[in-house]
Design a protein around this ligand. Structure first.
Ligand code: ZN
Length: 458
């Protein structure tokens, strides 16, 4: 007699008082012979034994255990229920049809549990019955079906799940939006289509779910939804854009913020701007703060300014071609915000990040006004012709008159700080440049640091 047979014999002898260890040992043998003898323990043992029996049956994984385990889903003890559903998930495929049948039972708890277990088995064969359960009369069953469909993530469930966003039960609605978020990218286009429909509640739900999915394809429709005819949709759109944290939403949100007076949208736009890491919105928020000294505008400002780089030079105003300058703003007697704005226009609206070097370029063959390439910002002197903030001068192609004009304009710069820096600015000259000695001397006297440069990129 082998060990399994011995254990089975022992189990049959102990009928009135089965030790849970024995059941456990039988499960560990993983021997199909043990399955049927264990049914008695699943039905008649105490709750600990019933639970261990379900675990053992799951471990053996034999399809004969499916029916008794489904029956055990209805056990009054929650631990037994849980162990039975886990065992069914382990058995998997052979349990599917029985669970689908269980979803037609009168007992709603059984229908709910069956739906849940099917979700965990994650087999696409179960999509149809789960979709049918979305119209179940019991909201707990509908919620379990929605959650199961979210686990399986099959796109066939999308349409029914989108419809379930309109379910009469708030929990089902919530679960549906979570399930759609789990399905993710494939739901984006259907939700965008949903936003074009008449019902504002549907539009609002679609906007919320799109914000949670966070796919860039939804950005433009969400920005458009800031102008929706329904206030609830507009609020949801501002919230979604704040969650997505995409800089493309900054300008449209600033437009909302700048609408006169104070509405709920002022608050939502200020919040969303605080979520997006973009220095451009600091000035508009300060302007609004002057009109309406509201805590939520201060909060957003604190958030954005807290993320600003400490060094002003890293921010550069691409409109004025001036670097940033640090400021301190007292919110209350003992609280202040440090922020950076353009040294010239004092606004943050045109600040760009990550500029490490600004080059003043003299090159007759260069057509653009300015070029940004990674950390380098190159400005065409011939398009600007007025002093601005720069770190280096590159002279590639110019005549002596043009070079002299540049030097004179820089020497007469009204900006003292910048004028005093001239001596330390390096000047790179092309070896092909033909300049008379007088101009070369003028350069030497003004800048001291004259270098030759063969390669001019940018
Ligand atoms: Zn500026």
């Amino acid at each position: 007699m082998d060990i399994v047979e011995k254990l089975i014999k022992k189990l049959q002898k102990k009928r009135g008082n089965i030790p849970s260890k024995l059941v456990e040992d039988l499960g560990n043998t993983r021997d199909p012979q043990a399955v049927e003898p264990l049914f008695y323990a699943l039905k008649e043992g105490n709750c600990k034994v019933r639970k261990e029996t379900a675990v053992a049956l799951g471990r053996i994984g034999d399809s004969r255990a499916v029916r008794p385990l489904i029956h055990a889903l209805n056990d009054w003890d929650l631990d037994v229920q849980k162990a039975a559903s886990e065992a069914l998930v382990k058995i998997g495929e052979p349990a599917i049809q029985h669970l689908i049948n269980a979803m037609k039972m009168k007992n709603w708890r059984m229908r709910k549990t069956a739906a849940r277990v099917l979700g965990e088995i994650r087999n696409t064969r179960t999509i149809e019955p789960l979709i049918n359960a979305l119209t179940d009369s019991n909201s707990y069953v509908r919620k379990a079906a929605v959650e199961a469909l979210g686990e399986i993530k099959d796109t066939r469930a999308l349409r029914p799940l989108i419809n379930a966003l309109n379910d009469g039960d708030p929990d089902v609605k919530m679960a549906s939006s979570e399930a759609i978020v789990k399905i993710g990218e494939p739901s984006v286009q259907p939700l965008i289509n949903e936003m074009k429909k008449g019902n504002w509640e549907v539009r609002k739900k679609a906007v919320e779910v799109l914000g949670n999915i966070g796919d860039a394809k939804a950005l433009e429709p969400l920005i458009n939804a800031l102008k929706d005819g329904n206030l609830h949709v507009r609020i949801a759109a501002a919230e979604a854009l704040g969650k997505m944290k995409d800089s493309k939403a900054v300008e449209p949100l600033i437009n909302v913020l700048e609408e006169p007076g104070f509405t709920i949208m002022t608050e939502k736009a200020a919040w969303a701007l605080g979520e997006i890491d973009d220095v451009r919105c600091v000035s508009p928020l300060f302007n609004k703060l002057k009109d309406l000294n509201l805590y939520f505008i201060r909060e957003s400002l604190e958030k954005i300014c807290g993320r600003m780089p400490a060094n002003g030079h890293i921010l550069f105003c691409k409109k004025c071609l001036h670097i940033g300058e640090s400021h301190k703003f007292e919110i209350t007697a003992n609280k202040s915000i440090n922020y950076i704005s353009c040294r010239n226009c004092h606004s943050t609206l045109n600040l760009i990040k990550g500029i490490e070097k600004i080059i003043l370029l003299i090159d007759n063959s260069f057509e653009e006004a300015c070029v940004q390439k990674e950390g380098t910002f190159t400005v065409n002197w011939f398009k600007k012709k007025e002093p601005f903030d720069f770190d280096e001068i590159w002279i590639k192609e110019a005549d002596d008159f043009e070079v002299e004009e540049l030097v004179m304009k820089l020497k007469n710069d009204e900006d003292n700080k910048r004028r005093k820096r001239l001596a330390s600015i390096p000047v790179y000259l092309s070896p092909f440049l033909k300049l008379p000695p007088s101009i070369r001397n003028l350069l030497k006297d003004t800048f001291k640091n004259i270098l030759a440069k063969k390669q001019f990129s940018g």
